[in-house]
Design a protein around this ligand. Structure first.
Ligand SMILES: Nc1ncnc2c1ncn2[C@@H]1O[C@H](COP(=O)(O)OP(=O)(O)O)[C@@H](O)[C@H]1O
Ligand SMILES: [Mg+2]
Length: 239
């Protein structure tokens, strides 16, 4: 069963500030799209709009042809759209395992023993099993990012939205992350991955989108997008 997620003419304003304008793209499960762009381009805002954390000011979001623009994050995660946060948001008073169990039991993903098994499996996939009983508040930033991922995986997403999870990793850890995301994709999970470390993205995604100042300035094969003059210009700081 292939899930599809579509953004049509998405705009987002914060007061007078237009952060996104005219964003169109679509994604199927078993596909992977990378999103790049300078800081402040609107990438995380796009993820918030796709996940239902923010309501867009214009346009609509469709999943499997159904208009889900009005659905909040909890309802969308129930349908299989789940994100990680660039700034991790664990429940600090809970252990790592308890945090992931929240994901596993969320929106009826699983209950009881099945939820436990799902949570432990997600911890394994994210390389967090050995930290299962640690309080989330004791984790450093990298492990908090892994916890974000484990908690998202435990909801059994069809479409997984990843916001900068690759920063600060050693080469070996980055390679593990790439293999893990390839594995998720092979399981049929659709991936939207925002990442500054382009060479990691290039190993996983077949399509890259570059966002600059709230608009898509290039969309296509990773090599073509990175060579696009507007993308080169955006990365060189507008010269
Ligand atoms: N809740 C908000 N209220 C006002 N401005 C915001 C809010 N969230 C993001 N912005 C602004 O929107 C722009 C895009 O931010 P963001 O989506 O985080 O960019 P990116 O993830 O590409 O670095 C920035 O100028 C940021 O300051
Ligand atoms: Mg961001």
């Amino acid at each position: 069963m292939t899930a599809t997620l579509k953004a049509i003419g998405i705009g987002k304003r914060f007061g007078a500030l237009a952060v996104l304008e005219g964003i169109d793209f679509d994604l199927s499960s078993s596909a992977a799209i990378g999103i790049v762009g300078p800081n402040g381009a609107g990438k995380s805002t796009l993820m918030a709009v796709l996940s239902g954390a923010l309501v867009p000011s214009a346009g609509r979001i469709e999943m499997d042809g159904r208009d889900i623009t009005e659905l909040g994050a909890a309802e969308r995660s129930g349908l299989g759209v789940m994100r990680t946060h660039q700034i991790p948001k664990p429940f600090l008073g809970l252990t790592v395992l308890e945090n992931v169990l929240v994901g596993a039991t969320h929106a009826g993903a699983a209950q009881g023993e099945a939820a436990y098994a799902l949570a432990l499996g997600a911890l394994d996939t994210a390389g967090m099993r050995r930290l299962a009983n640690r309080p989330a508040e004791s984790l450093g930033l990298l492990d908090r990012k892994r916890l974000e991922l484990a908690r998202a995986l435990a909801t059994r997403p069809k479409i997984l939205l990843l916001d900068e999870i690759g920063g600060g990793l050693t080469d070996a850890e980055a390679e593990e992350l790439v293999q893990m995301i390839k594995g998720l994709r092979a399981e049929g999970i659709g991936i939207v991955w925002i990442e500054h470390i382009v060479h990691l993205l290039m190993q996983v995604v077949e399509r890259l989108i570059c966002v600059d100042a709230g608009r898509i300035i290039a969309d296509g094969s990773p090599a073509a997008v990175m060579a696009h003059p507007d993308v080169v210009r955006a990365y060189m700081g507008g010269v």
